[in-house]
Design a binder for this molecule. Structure first.
Ligand code: RIB
Ligand code: CA
Length: 317
């Protein structure tokens, strides 16, 4: 049986890798994408989502989301990581597909009303749309099947500050609201994304095996890999956002731990995700009534690499 998902996304090169995976995997039904600011603006993200759908000849709703954080000052978009177009400057022809009339947050509220208990929200950008949906209709927590978030760090260091990952730092107040809500939530932090590296050779093989999706990812990745070389010092790139989806299709690849999450919203550690495993710090009032979520802490990177390759290859076979 396939899982109906709404992908909340800021495409973005690794978002593209996730979008292609969602389209290619037979157990995922991508019913919509809701855009959010982050790698690019919310408007660019929405049009990029449409462009990718057109590129592979697939249809799904696309709604435009929040353009700035709830409270924090907006941070610059990541054009230096993902290129001026969010796609590594590959000059894809832009889509003319119209956007959905509802905003991303309204779309999340309405779609979960129409399909109670059926929809999994996979969020791979800042969590502002999800926080706005919670404000609009707190009952959404009882209607979603699951929420899976790519973001944060548990024992790993950050990529946007020494202790913060970019999606969480881009809207720490939204992330805190989302983690404080009682919905079934799974976090895929950098602890499970950084061990997976797509190398130039991996892209070359993928482009040979699957020219449509693999060929485009190989082109886009050139820009992304240049950033990784400068910033992280290795020859390859990390497909962060895909991990939130592979948790749904291949959960056995991950080591998972239950506990509570919170986000620092002020000061030098702003954007830091704090994870307290179940049963620990019960004497501290703050953690006593905090909802329990699942956090992914380890990944079998080799299994992931062949699983991703196979999924994309099979779609084009
Ligand atoms: O830190 C990685 C995350 O930030 C990914 O979602 C990437 O696309 C950017 O949004
Ligand atoms: Ca993203």
């Amino acid at each position: 049986m396939s899982t109906k998902i709404i992908l909340d996304t800021d495409p973005g090169i690794d978002d593209t890798m996730a979008i292609f995976y969602a389209i290619a995997h037979p157990e995922i039904e991508l019913i919509a994408m809701t855009s959010i600011f982050g790698n690019v603006s919310a408007k660019e993200a929405a049009h990029n989502a449409c462009t990718l759908l057109d590129y592979v000849g697939v249809d799904a709703d696309v709604a435009k989301g929040a353009g700035k954080p709830l409270v924090a000052e907006p941070r610059p978009h990541s054009y230096h990581v993902h290129g001026e177009d969010g796609f590594g400057n590959v000059n894809l022809s832009l889509s003319e597909k119209p956007l959905h009339e509802l905003s991303s947050a309204e779309y999340l509220v309405e779609k979960t009303k129409a399909h109670p208990g059926e929809i999994t929200i996979v969020a791979v950008g800042p969590l502002t749309n999800l926080a706005l949906a919670l404000d609009m209709d707190p009952q959404i927590v009882n209607r979603v099947k699951e929420v899976v978030v790519m973001g944060g760090v548990v024992y790993h260091s950050g990529n946007a500050s020494p202790v913060a990952e970019a999606n969480i730092l881009n809207d720490p107040h939204a992330a805190e609201k989302v983690f404080a809500a009682s919905w079934p939530l799974v976090l895929a932090p950098m602890d499970v994304t950084m061990p997976v590296v797509f190398t130039p050779n991996y892209f070359a093989d993928l482009a040979d095996a699957a020219p449509k999706m693999g060929g485009l990812m190989k082109q886009m990745a050139k820009f992304y890999i240049r950033f990784y070389k400068r910033y992280h010092g290795f020859d390859g790139c990390v497909p962060h956002d895909v991990m939130a989806l592979t948790y749904l299709t291949a959960p056995g690849m991950f080591l998972r731990k239950r506990g509570s999450l919170s986000v620092v919203t002020e000061g030098i550690a702003v954007g830091q995700t704090v994870f307290v495993p179940s049963g620990k710090f019960k004497h501290v009032a703050f953690w006593q009534n905090r909802p329990q979520h699942d956090v992914l802490l380890e990944i079998d990177a080799n299994m992931f690499l062949s699983h991703y390759f196979q999924t994309i290859e099979n779609w084009e076979a």
